[in-house]
Design a binder for this molecule. Structure first.
Ligand SMILES: [Fe+2]
Length: 229
């Protein structure tokens, strides 16, 4: 197969041509799609003609398939596959737009769904008073960040600086630009704004840290500037 991938916007999304998901056990295709998903977060895979069960099988390329808690749009052939349509209407005739309202889907579950590329779970400390941001107070956001044993957080950069208080730091280290920084329990690490960084857990326990960032300020200035490496 001759796979072609076109970026769809500056930050997110790509369309994929030249893939038949019915043949998705082809390891080269799996690797290409996994890499593209990791890079673009949303993939539009063109020209597919799949039954619900074939769609379900091909979705496994990206990780373990999980049950959506809202089963309203589940297909009868396979209830792990849901449809999206612009033809559904409310009783008053208004078009139903899936996902129109503020929602979190499953990202706040005790065990959130993960793709093969996902590492770590974070709890953001926020309040409805600071919506639409997820800040704790207008200029500052805080979170409890975790990373499973053996996990690697993908290298990224953002304009906000981070103060990271290490709570569970056994055999955890960060890479900031090309410098390796070992973590210690109770010690605060500074990640300067714009510098490339990633976190790595080689310990036997889940890494845990409390992070304070000035992303709130950047949110309102529209200067967040987040990017993966
Ligand atoms: Fe970061």
């Amino acid at each position: 197969m001759n796979i072609k991938i076109n970026k769809l916007s500056e930050h997110t999304g790509a369309e994929v041509f030249g893939v038949d998901l019915k043949l998705s056990s082809d390891q080269r295709v799996v690797n290409e799609l996994t890499k593209a998903f990791s890079k673009y977060s949303v993939l539009v895979i063109r020209d597919q003609n799949l039954s619900p069960n074939e769609f379900y099988e091909s979705a496994k390329i990206f990780g373990k398939v999980f049950q959506q808690h809202n089963k309203k749009f589940a297909l009868k052939e396979n209830d792990l596959v849901h449809y999206i349509s612009n033809k559904d209407k409310f009783e008053d005739g208004k078009i139903y737009i899936p996902g129109e309202g503020y929602h979190t889907d499953h990202s706040n579950d005790i065990s959130p769904p993960k793709t093969k590329e996902t590492a770590g779970v974070a709890i953001q400390f926020s309040t409805p008073e600071t919506l639409p941001s997820r800040n704790t107070i207008p200029m500052i956001n805080t979170a409890l960040n975790t990373l499973e044993s053996g996990g690697d957080q993908r290298a990224h950069r953002h304009n906000g600086a981070a103060l990271t208080l290490a709570i569970q730091a056994e055999s955890v280290y960060s890479k900031i630009e090309n410098e390796k920084v070992n973590w210690e329990d109770g010690v605060v690490l500074i990640t300067p704004g714009t510098e490339l960084h990633s976190h790595h857990n080689r310990g036997s326990k889940r890494m845990m840290s409390f992070v304070v960032q000035d992303e709130g300020l950047h949110f309102y200035l529209r200067t967040t500037g987040f990017s993966w490496n």
